[in-house]
Design a protein around this ligand. Structure first.
Ligand code: BGC
Length: 419
């Protein structure tokens, strides 16, 4: 409801002699800090903004550009430290608990969650991430899968190569493409993108148990062991498949290289699909998707955490936001634009493409066989300090001639020092 309309309602109510309680009439307001600024991301968040405005709310948008959200998280810290938190922030996994421990979050939306049966429609693993000491303090919008390869089918056909199903096949295809003068791997040299590729490689080369031991249990022997050396060997191979201008490139520009046929493959989470969709391209025709070689599934749940803010309008705003986010139709429309799949388990997927359907199927299968694993590169597996320590080593290795053995050793040491 706009301010003018609100005033009119107040005036009419007063004339009619109505008594109204101010909480019920407070105009819902939110200020939302997020980093969804690429074409596909912006289209997706617009679904939420439009729904919020249509429900009578006032939305203040605070986008902080930068894929993966590093810059947005820095902005958030500054806001909280200065005593002026946003009403909601796009946050994930263990960070939600970290901010809760700082006393910065509110569980005010728990009543909305109860009224709308969130426990009944969310997988327990996702619901648990959203709770602060048993009460909801965040609302999930989706499940992104990280371990994907995206490809341009025309480029593959020209080189006579297929979507790879093993890392050896990937390397063989990439060597062939390279020999024909085509960039095999579209990549943006930013540390979070290096980490995104690295975790997909680690899952494929090492397998589910290796991934769990290394990135969930933070087991020192696994972090510094022989399998990790092999993971870095494959990273070194990939370094040879990127173009000379990869450094600093944004992820969506790397996706654009696939669209334009300037490169064959990109290894990136399925927000890349949001870019393809936003460009009007069709999965299976204009671009291909396949899980990166390996048996597991790396998940990343985007959610909005609610900060402890003062003022009835803001509290009402948080409740409205939470309710809309978990709406069944919202979860469909938003995720069609975002490239992810709904967090709710009861949203039909027939309007979604084969990549999304594959994602939902694999998520289901892996949740039963131990292969459903949290993405460390996207803040789902561990605390920020440890994720930062690992990412530093991965980026250093990718951008230098550091040996695989030294990198694995540095990984184990880096994590140990960050604990
Ligand atoms: C987020 C996605 C986002 C991507 C690129 C990830 O960490 O989960 O929602 O699209 O970063 O910005």
């Amino acid at each position: 409801m706009g301010v003018m309309r609100f005033r009119n309602v107040v005036a009419v109510a007063a004339l009619a002699g109505f008594a109204f309680s101010s909480p019920a009439m407070a105009e819902p307001q939110v200020e939302v800090l997020h980093w969804w600024t690429s074409g596909g991301e912006a289209k997706a968040i617009k679904v939420l903004v439009d729904d919020f405005k249509a429900a009578g709310g006032a939305w203040t948008d605070m986008p902080v550009a930068g894929g993966g959200g590093d810059a947005a998280r820095t902005a958030l810290k500054a806001r909280v430290l200065s005593g002026n938190p946003p009403t909601a922030f796009q946050m994930k996994g263990p960070s939600i608990q970290e901010w809760h421990e700082e006393g910065a979050l509110t569980t005010g939306i728990d009543a909305v969650a109860k009224d709308n049966n969130w426990d009944g429609v969310l997988p327990a693993s996702i619901a648990n991430h959203m709770k602060c000491e048993g009460k909801y303090c965040a609302a999930p919008v989706n499940v992104h899968r990280i371990d994907w390869i995206w490809a341009n089918p025309k480029v593959l056909a020209k080189a006579g190569v297929a979507m790879p199903t093993t890392w050896d096949e990937f390397n063989a295809a990439a060597d062939k493409l390279k020999s024909m003068g085509v960039t095999p791997l579209a990549h943006g040299g930013q540390s979070w993108q290096d980490a995104t590729v690295f975790e997909a490689v680690a899952l494929g080369v090492g397998g589910n148990e290796f991934y769990r031991k290394a990135f969930v249990d933070l087991d020192p022997a696994t972090l510094g062991g022989a399998t990790m050396v092999k993971v870095f060997d494959q990273m070194r191979k990939l370094r040879g498949y990127v173009d000379p201008n990869f450094s600093g490139r944004d992820w969506n520009l790397a996706t654009a290289m696939i669209m334009k046929g300037e490169a064959a493959f990109q290894i990136m989470g399925d927000w890349a699909k949001g870019e393809f969709s936003n460009a009007g391209l069709t999965a299976g025709v204009d671009y291909l998707c396949a899980p990166t070689p390996g048996a597991g599934y790396l998940y990343n749940v985007d959610s909005f955490a609610m900060f402890d803010v003062k003022g009835e309008n803001k509290v009402t705003g948080q409740n409205l936001l939470a309710k809309l986010i978990m709406g069944k139709n919202f979860q469909k429309v938003f995720n069609l634009a975002k490239g992810s799949i709904p967090a709710r388990t009861d949203v039909p997927l027939n309007a979604f493409d084969y990549c999304a359907q594959r994602s939902a199927y694999d998520m289901n299968v892996t949740s039963g066989n131990g292969g459903l694993l949290p993405s460390f590169a996207h803040g789902m597996a561990m605390r920020n300090a440890q994720a930062g320590a690992i990412t530093d080593v991965v980026t250093k290795h990718f951008n230098s001639d550091m040996s695989s053995a030294d990198a694995a050793k540095a990984l184990a040491e880096g994590v140990k020092n960050s604990l």
